[in-house]
Each structure stands twice: as structure tokens, then as C-alpha cells.
Design a protein around this ligand. Structure first.
Ligand SMILES: *Cc1c(COP(=O)(O)O)cnc(C)c1O
Length: 354
């Protein structure tokens, strides 16, 4: 009896940041955008015909793929869309990495990568970031089964120059190189222009951060027709209808409104720089951010202690109890008002802890 327990798959899942629900909270722990989606999204939702939901959506998410193809100047056949970039990245791992040879990604990066690798039985190795938390490109100039780089990296917020990314792709033309650009719109250099030149490159982006649509779940990848075709073949062996009707229509509206996109991005970058300056004045080390978050460490007070104090005040930031980064906090950039309150509470905490 109970032998089934030995037959089921056992995995250690990814743990996302918490989603607390307090009316007075300031939520700076999961890198969501503090601004609402483009106004066209609300209009589409308000005018949506629920009767359309009785039919399956288009399996190729045609309108959304066409809007992305026009925006990023690639062919529709070069775009894969999925339920957030987590879905896209998971499908990319399943398609591009067979597990025979180990894949490479940094020791400090998005903590979902090792989870997918383990789920799919893909061997991996994690070259260490250098003492300044920079990726050492030379670590990737070795035989491998594939490469994954988040650029800008998370949770460090640091961007790698495009020339270094190109060197990694150029020296690894017998492997697929995935560049996870979840934060690229806030200041990184996208590898998209390299897609025409290297058919082993896959660039992954998301609507969750720079397009303020984490709740809608839209992500996409751009690559060669062959690579994208292989990803759709795998997806269609698992679930053909990943993109629901509301997200296809809303996604199109978000992509079309370039002015709103530029405006909200610029607001976040301005707030990021002001917040970084103030934190430096308060005795924090702030890593150079090209993302919508700051990775900071105080020279006197431990990150864990500060995390707990902020939490009591309903200010939520992210703390990773992991080697090398356990004295850092990851703080999402909110609105100017939110950051003002965050800084006030930080000042109060520092005054309380002599
Ligand atoms: C947020 C994030 C993602 C995935 O976000 P989705 O909401 O699934 O699109 C992927 N990679 C990194 C590095 C992220 O920070």
C-alpha cells in the first residue's frame, strides 16, 4: 500500500516572491511595474465580448505575433509567444537542451534556470560571477550543451555589453544561446539585432515588467525560423492553446502604444537613479542598475535585519538567503511616492539601529 509515492516525480520547485495583500503596503519585492498597462488595454477589456470565450483562441495567436513582428521588424515565423516568459523559457529549455552535455549559466542569476534543468533532466554547471558580480565571458568559451544568460542579470541588475554577448554567441555556434531580456527595456542593450546573424541565438522578453502586464502572462522569444519552428513543435506536443483570447487582444494594445511604453520606462529610470543616489548617501552600496530594481547592501546593518524591519512596516523587498548575496536586498523601483516612503522608513530603521 502507498507504493505510488515511490513512483511519482519528486522535484524542488521555484519559489516566487510573496504576494502579500495589505491596503497600506508598498510592494517592491517582485519587480512588477508600478504603473498600469497602456490605456488601450483597459478599453479592450471593458469592451470584450464574453461570448467569444466559447471558442478556442487562435493557436498561433496571430494578431499578437503580427503586432510583435511589426514592432521588432522580424518575420512572424521568428516569434514564439507563451504564458509569460517563464513558459517561453521552459519550452526553450525543453526544446534546445537535450541533457547530454552540461549547459552553462552563472552561479548568481534567475533561480528558475536550475529548476527547469532538474525537471527536464538537463545537466548544468554554474560558473561564478567575478567579485564585482560581473559575468566572465571567458567562462563560456568552453564546450557545452547550451548557454543561458539573463541580461541585465537578476538579481544583480547589472547589464553586460552587447559586444560581450556577441562574443559568447559567436564562439558557441554549435549550441543554442538563450539571452533572457526580462529587464532589457530599462537600460540594457538588446541582442535582437544579432538574431539575423546567428541562427543559434534565442532572445526572450516579457510583458510582465516594462509593459506592466505581469497579471496577463505574456512572454515571447525571437530567433531564427528554424529554432522558433522547433519550439512550436515541442509546445504543440504538450498544449496547443497557450495564449488565451483576452491576452492576445490586450497584448496587441500594449505593443501598439509606443509613446506610453517610452513614458513609463523613462519615469522608472528617473526614479531609479534618484533612489540609488539617496541610498548611497545613506551608506548603501548600490550595484549599477540597468533594470527596474536595485541590488543594495548596507555597510553597517545586515540585509536580513533590514528586510524584517521593513516588513513590519508593510514595505516588501526581496531577500535571498544564499551564499554571496545574503547581505543584499533587491528593491523594485516603484512610483516616486512609494520610493519616498521607502526611503523615509529606511532612514528610521538606520536611526533605530545604531
Ligand atoms: C520576471 C522574470 C522572468 C519571467 O517573467 P514572466 O512574468 O514569466 O514573463 C524571466 N526571467 C527573469 C530574469 C525575470 O526576472
Amino acid at each position: 500500500m502507498g507504493e505510488w509515492r515511490k513512483k511519482i516525480r519528486e522535484v524542488t520547485p521555484y519559489v516566487p516572491g510573496e504576494q502579500p495583500q495589505f491596503a497600506d503596503m508598498i510592494k517592491l519585492n517582485t519587480n512588477e511595474n508600478p504603473y498600469p498597462p497602456a490605456p488601450g488595454v483597459a478599453k479592450v477589456l471593458a469592451g470584450m465580448d464574453a461570448g467569444k470565450l466559447k471558442l478556442y483562441p487562435k493557436p498561433d495567436a496571430r494578431e499578437l505575433v503580427d503586432a510583435l513582428a511589426a514592432e521588432y521588424r522580424v518575420a512572424p515565423e521568428q516569434i514564439f509567444v507563451g504564458v509569460g516568459s517563464d513558459d517561453v523559457l521552459g519550452m526553450a529549455f525543453l526544446t534546445c537542451f537535450t541533457g547530454e552535455k552540461e549547459i552553462l549559466f552563472p552561479d548568481i542569476t534567475y533561480s528558475f534556470y536550475p529548476v527547469w534543468a532538474e525537471l527536464f533532466g538537463i545537466r548544468y554547471r554554474t560558473p561564478a560571477l567575478d567579485e564585482n558580480f560581473l559575468i566572465r565571458k571567458e567562462d563560456y568559451f568552453v564546450p557545452n550543451g547550451g548557454i543561458v544568460i539573463a541580461n541585465p542579470n537578476a538579481p544583480t541588475s547589472i547589464a553586460m555589453p552587447l559586444a560581450d554577448i556577441e562574443e559568447i554567441v559567436e564562439k558557441n555556434q554549435d549550441s543554442v544561446v538563450i539571452i533572457d531580456e526580462a529587464y532589457v527595456d530599462f537600460g540594457g542593450e538588446s541582442a535582437l539585432p544579432l538574431v539575423e546573424k546567428y541562427d543559434n541565438l534565442l532572445v526572450v522578453q516579457t510583458f510582465s515588467k516594462s509593459r506592466s502586464m505581469a497579471g496577463m502572462r505574456i512572454g515571447f522569444a525571437i530567433g531564427s525560423r528554424e529554432l522558433i519552428g522547433a519550439m512550436y513543435a515541442v509546445r504543440n506536443s504538450y498544449n496547443s492553446y497557450t495564449m488565451n483570447y483576452p491576452s492576445i487582444l490586450c497584448g496587441v494594445e500594449a505593443v501598439k502604444d509606443r509613446a506610453y511604453f517610452e513614458q513609463t520606462k523613462a519615469a522608472i529610470v528617473t526614479t531609479r537613479e534618484k533612489t540609488a543616489d539617496r541610498l548611497c548617501e545613506l551608506g548603501f552600496t548600490v550595484l549599477p542598475s540597468a533594470a527596474n530594481f536595485l541590488f543594495v547592501s548596507h555597510k553597517r546593518i545586515s540585509a536580513e535585519e533590514l528586510f524584517g524591519k521593513l516588513r513590519e512596516k508593510h514595505i516588501f523587498v526581496r531577500f535571498f538567503k544564499k551564499p554571496r548575496i545574503q547581505n543584499y536586498l533587491r528593491v523594485t523601483v516603484g512610483t516616486p511616492e512609494e520610493m519616498e516612503r521607502f526611503l523615509k522608513e529606511i532612514e528610521a530603521c538606520l536611526a533605530d539601529m545604531p
